[in-house]
Ligand binder design. Structure first.
Ligand code: ADP
Ligand code: ZN
Length: 722
């Protein structure tokens, strides 16, 4: 009899043993469907020795597995990566495996699927709901479920529209091959510096060995063009390439760029895909057919059959760290994947993370530098505006020198960008009479006013409410005032100062779809926009040659939180957004509004002294034993019942491990004491680099009784300290 140990796609269980029915075969890595109680569940056949090698179950208690799914087995190096990720981040292995095998893996790619799209005919009976639904659907196509979600109506409404002839069925096949990218389609003429860098990358791909290469080039130096040569080399070798981007919004412009270089769009992978697209992409990736995959961090765990190189673009971005579920850092796991699979990993950035530079210094990463912008473009001039000396007018947010600079660009027909990392109109609504502040009922957070949609919204849980007319506390009328600016408020000021200016607001509220992002790029490139006002979404990726002025509205915003990476993040963000200015022939200017121009990070930005900033920051981190020279881990205990959360945190705190070099802080209410209706208490561990934090935490957590009403989230190497 053959047996198989199966790691299931559930967080709740370790591997379980099954019988392989007579006549079937299920070698290691096979994707299978098995019975679990009354349910069917997916899983992968795994090594007996993994996960502490649990005792095998007796033959008489084995159940037959149902099915071996006809997809390629999960290869051994990827199984190792799943184990490593689960071990390192203290996450259930089944949760990590889910990222390898999303639902799309189990859907038969050969079975045709029926999607629906608008016919252009209006139904005989129109209702306001139907009108709105058809408007929201527009020219898009999808499953009934997807269209219902898109139009924010029930599935019954969509089916009604099908019956009435307003939507029609379209058969979609999910196993169509993708077009093959052609490395010789439109190769660029590289500069000498670019040629040297590209040569190193090409050689690393040809060597097919593990190595991490830090492609460190100033904004506009042509990093993308250069790493595309590594991808061309992978295609020449018959291998696949993966490009990880920090944000979905960046995928669309990147697809277009790749199409210009390789003759066809790469395969995209992110949470915004329709289920048919997801199915087609997954199967093509697992078969080794999708040659270039561009995606968000979730693309990292997919079972590429023949991966040749991984590129992490904007590798310093902290959004590569996942903040829920498995708390992994995609940049770090990408390097581990390269290690297990024996392939090069390229980290591209103009402002690398301190962690990456420390690895260069330690001789672990190869440093490839592009010191100048391509084509003779110069780096912009940066200057600080001291908001104490040059304050804006009352109730305004732009200081006179910035207003003058905007007027100058408008006059010259050049474009400007104002950066403020805050969505909405105002971050706080306050009662002038009683001082009451409008707070989210589910979170320790203020409700943010979004004036364009007449709503207050919580940026943590998504709770929305109409703006109240009366103060909810003292019931005074017309006493509520908006405090502080968000991008919408800055846009108001710009419009009142320059009524003739054409303004584009760019946030996740306005650029929520690839089509919207493409429209924005077209409008700016076509000269239909004078002033862009945006959040961190506009700080990277875009190349607008006629954009010559960047204004940072509140450079101090990121320093307030005071977490250990606050200065680094501020430096990176401002250097990145500054990098949008003067990318063409006209030089760029950057004005930074700050109340602390003397702060080292501001001084370094203005002096264009990156090395000075990094070495001072590294020295401070070393002194504090902070990453990358020491380690942190956070444990957050949460419950809907505050007493349960507190009691659980105290039980854990009472058994806190004691060891040389280890410091345990807390338990204390987390800075975000309530989130999505759950009360949160936090413990923070601080230890030297060499300390076995994971082992210590595992033993500690297992030594305590757990209430079924309390939840524990473990965050190894945290980036968020709330
Ligand atoms: P980075 O990613 O370093 O900011 P990009 O790769 O976006 O830089 O390059 C900046 C701009 O210069 C892009 O429009 C790019 O197409 C162009 N560019 C860079 N290198 C070349 C080259 N060798 N030939 C033609 N255009 C180039
Ligand atoms: Zn909330």
């Amino acid at each position: 009899m053959t047996r198989a140990r199966v790691l299931l796609l559930t967080a709740a269980l370790g591997p379980l043993d099954y019988r392989v029915p007579y006549g079937s075969e299920a070698p290691l890595g096979s994707v299978v469907v098995v019975p679990l109680g009354p349910r069917r569940m997916g899983g992968v056949v795994w090594e007996d020795a993994s996960f502490g090698a649990p005792e095998p179950v007796g033959d008489n208690r084995l159940r037959n597995l149902f099915e071996v799914v006809p997809v390629p087995p999960v290869p051994a190096p990827l199984r190792k990566l799943v184990e490593w990720t689960s071990d390192y981040y203290l996450a259930p292995p089944g949760s990590v495996l889910r990222m390898v095998l999303p639902g799309a893996a189990f859907a038969d790619a050969r079975r045709p699927i029926v999607e629906y799209r608008a016919t252009g005919e209006l139904p005989a009976r129109m209702t306001p709901q139907r009108t709105v639904a058809l408007e929201k659907i527009g020219t898009r196509q999808g499953l009934v479920r997807e269209l219902a979600a898109l139009a924010e109506v029930s599935e019954a409404v969509i089916r009604g529209l099908v019956k009435a002839g307003a939507l029609e069925a379209v058969a979609v096949s999910a196993d169509q091959p993708y077009p093959e990218p052609d490395p010789g389609f439109a190769p660029p003429d590289l500069s000498d510096e670019q040629t040297a860098a590209a040569g190193q990358l090409r050689d690393a791909v040809a060597a097919a060995k593990f190595e991490t290469l830090l492609l460190d080039g100033v904004t506009g130096s042509g990093k993308t063009e250069v790493y595309m040569e590594a991808i061309a080399a992978a295609i020449d070798a018959g291998k696949q390439s993966l490009v990880l981007l920090p944000e979905i919004a960046l995928t669309e412009p990147m697809l277009t760029r790749f199409a210009a270089r390789f003759g066809c769009e790469p395969v995209a992978w992110h949470s915004g895909l329709r289920s048919t697209e997801r199915r087609r992409a997954w199967h093509s990736i697992a078969a080794g057919e999708a040659k270039i995959v561009v995606g968000a961090r979730s693309a990292l765990f997919l079972p590429y059959a023949k991966l040749g190189v991984i590129v992490v673009d904007e590798a310093h971005e902290m959004s590569f760290k996942q903040e829920d579920g498995v708390h992994y850092h995609a940049r770090d796991v990408a390097v581990m994947r390269g290690h297990f699979e024996g392939l090069p990993v390229i980290l591209a950035s103009a402002t690398p993370a301190l962690e990456s530079l420390a690895m260069v210094e330690a001789g672990r990463y190869r440093h490839i530098v592009l010191p100048a912008r391509f084509g003779g473009a110069t780096l912009p001039d940066l200057a600080a505006i001291d908001m104490r000396q040059d304050p804006p007018d009352r109730g305004r947010w732009l200081a006179p020198p910035l207003v003058d600079a905007l007027a100058d660009r408008l006059h010259k027909g050049e474009q400007s960008l104002l950066f403020l990392n805050r969505r909405g109109f105002a971050p706080l609504t306050l009662c002038r009479t009683c001082g009451h502040r409008i707070q989210c009922p589910n979170c320790t957070a203020w409700m943010v006013e979004h004036r364009l949609v007449h709503r207050l919204a919580c940026h943590h849980c998504g709770h929305v409410m109409p703006p109240p007319r009366l103060c909810p506390e003292c019931e005074d009328e017309d006493s509520l005032v908006a405090c502080g600016p968000g991008v919408e408020r800055v846009a108001d000021e710009v419009s009142s100062r320059f009524p003739e200016a054409r303004v584009a607001i760019v946030t996740s509220d306005t650029l929520w779809s690839p089509a919207k992002a493409a429209e924005f790029v077209d409008n700016v490139e076509g000269g239909l926009v004078d002033i862009i006002i945006g959040t961190q979404l506009v700080t990277k990726g875009y190349h607008f040659p006629n954009l010559t002025l960047v204004g940072v509205v509140d450079a101090d915003l990121g320093l307030d939180g005071g977490d250990l990476r606050a200065s680094e993040r501020t430096f990176q963000q401002i250097a990145q957004v500054a990098g949008r200015a003067g990318r063409g022939v006209k030089p760029g200017e950057v004005l930074i509004q700050t109340r602390v121009p003397e702060a080292p990070v501001m001084a370094a930005l203005v002096a264009n002294d990156r090395d000075g900033f990094y070495s001072a920051e590294a020295a401070a981190r070393k002194f504090a034993g902070a990453p990358p020279y020491g380690r942190f881990a956070a444990l957050v205990i949460s419950s809907e019942d505050i007493e349960v959360a507190r009691g659980q945190a105290q039980r854990l705190g009472a058994k806190a491990p004691v060891a040389d070099g280890l410091a345990v802080y807390g338990p204390a209410p987390a800075p975000l004491a309530m989130l999505r209706g759950r009360h949160r208490f936090r413990l923070l561990l601080h230890a030297p680099r060499s300390f076995d934090l994971q082992g210590t935490i595992r033993d500690w957590v297992n030594s305590v009784e757990w209430s079924s009403k309390a939840r524990l989230a473990i965050d190894i190497d945290p980036y968020s300290f709330v």
